[in-house]
Design a protein around this ligand. Structure first.
Ligand code: PMP
Length: 463
């Protein structure tokens, strides 16, 4: 420190701000549970994620062992947080950084790494890992061919769990005054859970460690049976695997709990809306599992869950209503009526209706041509009634002269109207209770009709 800065509080470099992240109690989402649930907010790291911790550790350990020398290149296969953690260390310490990733990654991620001066190599997504063009092969080739290049290999690098043994574990023990009883974390490379758990269990072997695993990953099944199984795709990023990383020490994990995309991603959205904690999908998954664990706890227990990263990297995914809707993952309680209607109008452009003075045959024609089951009846801009397909057919069959009569003498009561700004579960409640469809009012005008079928299509998809 230079003498002119004596007494001034500052950090020598951005790297000194990694770690010592706060523990924040989950309030709204954990309401009514028997014990407190505390979240370790890794978004407070300078790179916005838990991976800043291992970026530092892997580089410093490679320096210490003599593998990484001045002027060297840090190489890794990563599209995400680990790349950013490593890119920051490379920038501060004057190394070069080269990251290999599949070309499906968003351009934001590529630009983010380039902003720190890193080189980025994109590989075709649809090739096997053994293929020479795969991002894995490209990384290995750069590490082998470029003098002074070192592959960080987070999945099999002991410095990854060690970083958590040295920092995350001691921080949690201190922050909870040794009172932590349960630790919950997602498992990707397994570094976070294995290293943190090892430290905590050394302090108190009764601490229970629970791994959160996305449905589709093989890690939970492997933990329980020791057998490999088939992996399936899922949307939660950064966690779960289709192979077993050696950074993951299953002996440190007491149990694994699975969480599906719907529950995990909607929990990430609830954390933002209800507790103003803005995190990614894997954090939503870990929080969902932590709440499941807390349900079974005693009032004296303290559940701690690690939330790995900020939600900003997922603004076009989990935190985007359209993306959630298109993937049929959106919980009606976390979106608005207008969004459900927009999903329908993308498929069916028009709202068919009849005017109160028009004859029943006009309604019959619309029902036939456009295969609609309910027709709202309007008088000017106002909805005055409804014609149901079955009723129209019954009336026309019973009395042919009915076809010439105006619909307002034959219609039934108007469908309920919901405003586009209301939460979408308002529709679910109405449809479950007493009506086959609802009308949506947007900016004062009736703009759409939503049936039970439309709502099911929205929730579950219609493949
Ligand atoms: N969440 C996110 C967003 C991640 O990027 C990762 C790391 N792959 C994890 C969770 C899991 O952490 P770990 O690799 O330490 O198991």
């Amino acid at each position: 420190m230079s003498s002119t800065l004596q007494g001034v509080q500052y950090f020598e470099s951005i790297l000194d701000t990694v770690g010592n992240t706060p523990l924040v109690r989950l309030r709204e989402v954990a309401k009514g549970l028997p014990c407190p649930v505390l979240a370790k907010l890794e978004l407070f790291n300078p790179g916005g994620s838990v991976k800043d911790r291992i970026g530092m550790a892997m580089v410093e350990d490679a320096e210490r062992s003599g593998r990484l020398k001045p002027g060297g290149t840090i190489v890794e296969c990563t599209s995400g947080n680990t790349g950013l953690g490593l890119a920051m260390v490379a920038a501060v310490k004057g190394y070069r950084a080269a990251f290999c990733m599949p070309d499906k990654v968003s351009s934001e991620k590529v630009y983010l790494l380039k902003a720190f001066g890193a080189e980025v190599f994109l590989s075709p997504t649809a090739v096997e890992p053994e293929h020479p063009e795969s991002y894995y092969s490209v990384a290995k080739r750069i590490a082998a061919e470029r003098p002074g290049a070192v592959l960080m290999n987070q999945y099999h690098n002991p410095s990854n769990p060690l970083a958590h043994y040295r920092s995350t574990g001691p921080e949690l023990w201190k922050q909870t005054a040794g009172r932590i009883t349960h630790f919950v974390a997602g498992m990707g490379t397994g570094g976070t859970i294995s290293g943190t758990a090892r430290y905590l269990k050394e302090q108190n072997k009764a601490v229970q460690v629970i791994g959160a695993d996305p449905v589709g990953s093989i890690l939970k099944h492997y933990k329980e049976t020791g057998q490999m199984s088939e992996a399936h795709t899922y949307k939660i990023e950064g966690v779960g695997e289709d192979f077993i990383p050696t950074a993951l020490d299953f002996a440190m994990v007491d149990r694994a709990i699975a969480c599906n995309d719907h529950d995990g991603l909607n929990m990430a959205r609830r954390l933002a809306r209800e507790d103003a904690i803005f995190v990614g999908g894997s954090a939503g998954m870990a929080a969902w599992v932590a709440l499941e664990v807390a349900k079974e706890c005693k009032p004296t227990d303290i559940v701690v869950v690690l939330l790995p990263d900020t939600g900003e990297r997922y603004l076009s995914k989990v935190h985007n209503d359209e993306w959630m809707r298109d993937n049929h993952l959106l919980d009606p309680a976390s979106t608005r009526v207008g969004n459900v209607a927009a999903g329908k109008t993308a498929r069916v452009r028009k709202l068919f209706s009849v005017d109160a003075g028009e004859p029943l045959k006009r309604a019959l024609a619309l029902i036939e041509q456009h295969d609609v089951s309910q027709l709202p009846v309007f008088k000017g801009d106002e909805v005055v009634g409804t014609l149901e397909e079955g009723e129209v057919l019954r009336m026309a069959l019973a009395d042919r002269t009915a076809l010439e009569r105006p619909v307002d003498s034959l219609m039934s009561a108007p469908l309920p109207v919901v405003d586009a700004n209301e939460p979408a579960d308002a529709i679910t409640k109405l449809l479950a209770a007493r009506t086959s469809a609802v009308l949506v009012r947007e900016n004062g005008k009736i703009s759409a009709i939503l049936t039970r079928f439309d709502m099911l299509q929205f929730i579950a998809g219609g493949e």
